[in-house]
Design a binder for this molecule. Sequence first.
Ligand code: KG4
Ligand code: ZN
Length: 333
Amino acid sequence: MYVLGIESSCDETAASIVKDGKTICSSVTASSLRLHSKYGGVIPEIASRAQLECINIVVDNALKKARIGIRHIGLIAVTRGPGLIGSLLVGISFAKALSYARRIPLVGVDHVQAHLYAAFLDRKKGVPVRFPFVGLVVSGGHTCLSYYKAFDTFTIVADTLDDAAGEAFDKVAKVLGLGYPGGPLVERFALNGNPKRFQFSCGNPEAGDFSFSGIKTAVLYKTREIAKGVRLSQQQKSDIAASFQSSVVSSLVSKAINVVLKKKADTLVVGGGVVANTLFRSELLQKSKAVGVRVLIPAVALCTDNASMVAGLGYQLYRLGKRDTIHFKPRLY
Ligand code: KG4
Ligand code: ZN
């Protein structure tokens, strides 16, 4: 079955065609990021206006690239939340109208959970799914560990207490004057830095939920202390970036592996923008191998927001009997 996935929860407008929840036939993403960069963060009104202008073209391109027509689509899966209300409404309204006009079934999908599905997708025949697995989503808005018995049966083990990990990357980049979005910039600066130069902590590793607001503040104070009113040198910025990154990565990796071992789960599945981080990927692979945990990591291009993950999870939920009508509402939290 061909599924049309639509994602518009933040600054991206994305559409993708995925076959049988496994194979990505096309994936098209338009981003309004350039319009937001001078503000240092996403401006909701600018994002939703840009999405309104391009959603038709993006969906059309996804169909063309997959070399199919709308008549071949068996299901429409759309992000129902969490996200920016104006942005979500653009994707949801489009999906509802298309579903109604063409009598195509519709399924609303949770954006955070969809991030994990990226690990099961590729351009060939997909990656086998084995339950139970522990899922770790590390994105700009969420840091969330869940235990899955099925795609529609999961419990949240640890959630976002304050700043999400990606948000902390973005804020640290701002403090260091690197630009927006911060994750890739912090990573680039960290390449030339000494991760042992500063001791930043992500709090008690045994604590339940994830908290990254403390480390963000610690970076701010350290920056003020060493800058003493003048600009930081490139080396100082790199050392701070490397020390921060190393602490966040270690805390994420060890917490996730501990939960997998405790729950005796089969696999650890990760997803979300921060999973694009090279140190995170390598440390996760290395530490999970050391304790014999199977780990599934999405391709870098599928870590950040995309519509293939929405189409994939939508397909699985549809198979489990989930259906939405044109009356379903966006979910903001
Ligand atoms: O999953 P995502 O695309 O959007 C949300 O659902 O939030 O994640 C975006 C987040 C941003 O905070 C961005 O700074 C972070 O992912 N990010 C990274 C990297 N690439 C993106 N963080 C660390 N290292 C990266 N290479
Ligand atoms: Zn996301």
